[in-house]
Design a protein around this ligand. Structure first.
Ligand code: BG6
Length: 300
């Protein structure tokens, strides 16, 4: 859909308009009474969220690639229908195909309390069926207010049960990786993806001073980033998810990624509302599963 048509059909004064973003990709620009945000239709990818009076909450690479075949580096990539490498076929794209698919916007609403809601969908097509042989309907609801809420609903329109994994792979903007702590995972076991998936136990809050790539198990609590440099806490809660990934690529991996600045690891950390490991959903025909994440900030 062209930008003019998006504005005519879905633009709402005081809430949302549409523009051509980087790489000629269409984006929604939300500005309401409480916050601003940007969402690319490519990948249904939230690239920024900023409550008024706050510093940007999401980290976005300044050398991200905005191309139809690529995932935007930063913001909130939608990982679906598998997390990480494909379980059987390593030639298939890491983290599935939702983040590199063209989603269709089908509804925008200015809510009575001033928040703005966008609804996007992705259905199976020739390209998705070659990677994952199932019909499906995927819906992403994004609600922008003082908090950001993002809900991913997978509907199984197949005749058979399907297995669904994924993540809302959120990159948070932080002042200094060596100064933050992450609370909420104390006492949880995790798979250390950098140590042959060994199971380890988290003791206390998380501090980061090296590459970290962990799948925490049985996660039920809110995670809280305490960021003394930006003088805030970021609260991250999830539903429909019992696994949480914490990721920071640190020095060497940052240098290996073409779309990631060498120094980028200093000011980001991912806390991902995940369906992976023992938290893969078996969704029966006609059934659905919703994975969601809610993000808020608080001045300290
Ligand atoms: C994380 C994985 O979720 O995503 C990491 O746990 C991976 O192993 C990271 O490096 C980034 O993945 P990608 O495909 O966006 O480079």
């Amino acid at each position: 859909m062209m930008i003019n048509e998006l504005n005519r059909k879905f633009g709402i004064e005081g809430h949302v308009s549409f523009q051509t973003g980087t790489g000629d990709l269409a984006k929604a620009v939300v500005t309401n009474q409480r916050a601003s945000a940007e969402i690319y239709l490519h990948g249904a990818h939230v690239t920024s969220f900023q409550p008024h009076g706050s510093t940007p909450v999401l980290w976005l690479s300044d050398i991200a690639e905005y191309e139809s075949e690529k995932a935007i580096r930063g913001g909130i990539p939608v990982i679906w229908p598998w997390f990480g490498p494909h379980p059987q076929d390593k030639t298939k794209p890491q983290h599935g195909f939702a983040r590199v698919s063209e989603w269709e916007l089908f509804d925008t609403t200015g809510l009575p309390d001033g928040r703005t809601r966008l609804r996007l969908q992705l259905k199976d097509n020739v390209a998705t069926r070659t990677l994952w042989p199932h019909p499906f309907e995927l819906e992403l609801n994004i609600t922008v207010g003082a908090r950001l809420r993002i809900e991913l609903t997978s509907r199984n329109t197949d005749q058979e049960t399907v297995e669904i994994g994924g993540a809302l792979h959120t990159y948070f903007n932080i002042g200094d990786i060596t100064q933050i702590t992450i609370e909420g995972l104390d006492g949880r076991e995790y798979f250390d993806q950098l140590d042959s998936h060994r199971v380890k136990l988290q003791n206390g809050s998380i501090s980061i001073s090296e590459e970290v790539d962990r799948i925490y198990l049985d996660t039920v609590n809110e995670c809280v980033i305490t960021d003394p440099n930006l003088k805030r806490k970021i609260r991250v809660s999830a539903a429909g998810s019992r696994t949480t990934v914490i990721w920071n690529p640190w020095i060497d991996k940052s240098q290996r990624m073409a779309d990631f600045p060498d120094e980028g690891y200093r000011t980001m950390v991912c806390i991902e509302a995940t369906n992976a490991a023992d938290d893969i959903y078996r969704v029966p025909p006609g059934g659905e599963h919703t994975l969601s994440q809610t993000i808020s900030t608080e001045h300290i």
